[in-house]
Ligand binder design. Structure first.
Ligand code: SIN
Length: 301
């Protein structure tokens, strides 16, 4: 099992702050995502350093920093540079005791040393697309990463929905531009029941099928098989077929980056640009524990 004790701190400078000039943005070359090198998130980030990171985030959709050794307060401080944190409605159960803004995702619920909500996000989705204001970003910090025979398991895959939109044939773009889709929380197949209170919190909502990124103006396909249930002005069964075809198009291999976690990774994704899916290819006694922060966003437009 990989734990923070195995962290390699090489590459972290002895300085007590980050410097924009030291930061390198290294694209994964896999359709989405970039590694940010030369940043220690336990140290202060001035505006120039943060601007490099935010620009990389807006451009690449997923960014990650290896070998971080941070406390929940550091994660909160970094998250808040991107916007206010949304406290998860389950934080009474899975929020950290002293930092309810941070939500624990884990796989060993009955082990008090590995708390957290298990089996989160194991189908393709964009976080809380069924909400009126889905989050701008989601950030995970890996505390424990499962492994089997020395190989990491529990990867997370990301599909770039902006590239997917750009690859659509022009007649399809003309067909879907400007249309609204309905997202309905209750229609998704779930591994555990949801409370009536949660269902009432998220009534069906409409969002554009093609979203425009609030920072870059780039367009993305905002259609997922699970929660997207109708397209305005398109009758059944054509709407369901169109949703299935678009959702499947987003998942073409050339749009996908699969992140293999290491303990100490801090990774964040843009819920406008990418969809994601966590791989459930591990089980106790393998342990997976991540700390998640969710950053508020504007309504999709
Ligand atoms: C999520 O969908 O928020 C969880 C992703 C993961 O656990 O890798």
């Amino acid at each position: 099992m990989l734990t923070p004790a195995t962290l390699n701190t090489a590459g972290q400078s002895g300085r007590n702050r980050n410097d924009a000039a030291d930061i390198r943005v290294v694209p994964t070359g896999r359709g989405t995502g970039a590694e940010i090198v030369g940043v220690d998130l336990a140290k202060p980030l001035d505006d120039a350093a943060f601007a490099v990171i935010e620009a990389a985030f807006d451009l690449h959709g997923v960014i990650y920093f290896r070998r971080q050794q941070i406390e929940p307060a550091d994660q909160i401080r970094f998250s808040e540079r991107f916007g206010p944190i949304e406290v998860n409605f389950n934080s009474d159960k899975h929020g950290l005791e002293e930092h309810p803004e941070i939500f624990a995702i884990g796989n060993v619920q009955d082990d008090p040393r590995a708390p957290g909500l298990r089996g989160v996000g194991q189908t393709w989705h964009s976080d809380m697309c069924y909400a009126a204001h889905p989050p701008r970003a989601t950030m995970l910090y890996a505390i424990e990463v499962p492994e089997l025979h020395g190989l990491a398991t529990g990867d997370t895959s990301f599909a770039n929905a902006a590239l997917a939109y750009e690859a659509l044939p022009e007649p399809m773009r003309a067909r879907i531009d400007g249309r609204l889709a309905t997202f309905d929380f209750t229609r998704r197949k779930r591994s555990r029941p949801v409370s009536a209170e949660t269902v009432a919190r998220y009534p069906p909502v409409q969002h554009p099928v093609v979203r425009t990124h609030p920072q870059t103006g780039r367009k993305s396909l905002y259609v997922m098989g699970d929660d997207c249930v109708a397209i305005e002005g398109v009758d059944e069964p054509e709407a369901s077929q169109l949703i299935a075809a678009l959702a499947s198009h987003v998942l073409r291999p050339e749009f996908i980056y699969r992140h293999q976690w290491r303990a100490g990774d801090l990774l964040m994704w843009d819920n406008c640009t990418v969809q994601h899916k966590a791989l459930g290819d591990y089980a106790a006694p393998q342990r997976r524990l991540l700390h998640r922060a969710t950053i508020a966003g504007a309504p999709p437009a």
